[in-house]
Write a protein that binds this ligand. Sequence first.
Ligand code: UD1
Ligand code: UDP
Length: 374
Amino acid sequence: MPATQRILAIFGTRPEAIKLFPLVHALADSRFVSRVCVSGQHRGMLDQVLAIAGIAPDHDLDLMQPDQALDALTANLLTGIGKVLDEERPDWVVVQGDTATAMCGALAAYYRKIPVAHVEAGLRSGNIHHPWPEEVNRKVIGGFAALHFAPTETAAAALRAENVDPATIHVTGNTVIDALHWVTEKIEREPSLAHGLAELESRFAGKRIIGVTSHRRENFGEGMQAIADAIRRLAARDDVAVIFPVHLNPNVRKVMEAELAGLANVALIEPLDYPHFARLIAISSLMLTDSGGVQEEAPALGKPVLVMRETTERPEGVEAGTAKLVGTDADRIVAEAARLLDDEAAYAAMARAHNPFGDGKAAARIVELLASSN
Ligand code: UD1
Ligand code: UDP
């Protein structure tokens, strides 16, 4: 009988929480002692996910500061997580993706010779400035992780090209699809969990809804301004309404509030919890986003997604024809969105439920791989 494995999952932001809750659920298994440390890199947006997923962290470093700078955040994460590792002494640390919390959690583990399992390993844009600083964060973790859970074959190939030992790379699918299935089933059982958009749905009845999210650091300044400009121009159409849950980052909020507040066809709203965000995708004709996770979820739900970035580390949606890179030029964003709204054939070509990112069973695969890596 193999010894029980002590696993510590470390995460801190909304997308990490969404993509790790299926694994935390799956680790509730007698083969593991499963513990959770949240950094609190995000606060409200993290807590929304913890609440819906029913996760009560064993450690909460609560270290978010308003408009936090990357260097202070990194320093606080490294020392804070280090102390938790000294107390917990896990056999494995699990991190997800490419945030500051993921990188520092992995690094603090490496400093203690604790093996790291990296969920969503191998995504690469090939450009260290897009996404910034995430491209480098993810590469740092990839440099020493003991297990690399690549969501797709493309991601696995990127790791092999960096001379990562192929025996440590496993294609598992992306746990975001597990999360999406879980939340969809939860809403089916309890529809009231996603009823909060009803008022907007009736206010905008008869219009085509564009769901928007935006938060990327490399888009701050000019990029955010251009995105706001594009949304204002699109919302000037009678047949369109924009629902935009605005990220809590003040660099996003101040631009969007200054440019878009009070427009008749624009609803700037607070970040939605996961069931309501899934509902927003479902009622939208198309998604306009610079988010990583939304690029994966929208194609899975058959919604075209226009990606307001110069590059993507998730080429699978673009290759499948359900996502399109449109950059942050306002004219281009408006033209691409208008094409989808006005050209039925162009819309139909993109609005195919397609899911290159996983089958909803990634967490189960990861659990078995961890169990056999004793
Ligand atoms: C972080 C991640 C990014 C990820 C994004 C997901 C890094 C460097 N960045 O970016 O990879 O795509 O999260 O959303 O790890 N804030 C709140 N409440 C919250 C969350 C944020 O008030 O619940 C505000 C705070 O003022 C905070 C600021 O947003 O200082 C920025 O948060 P931070 O986590 O540093 O960066 P994000 O841009 O959210
Ligand atoms: N999301 C959410 N509520 C919102 C906006 C997004 O629950 O108001 C979810 C979305 O479904 C996706 C994740 O948050 O799973 C994406 O997070 P974000 O865009 O902040 O980060 P990224 O994926 O770009 O790292």
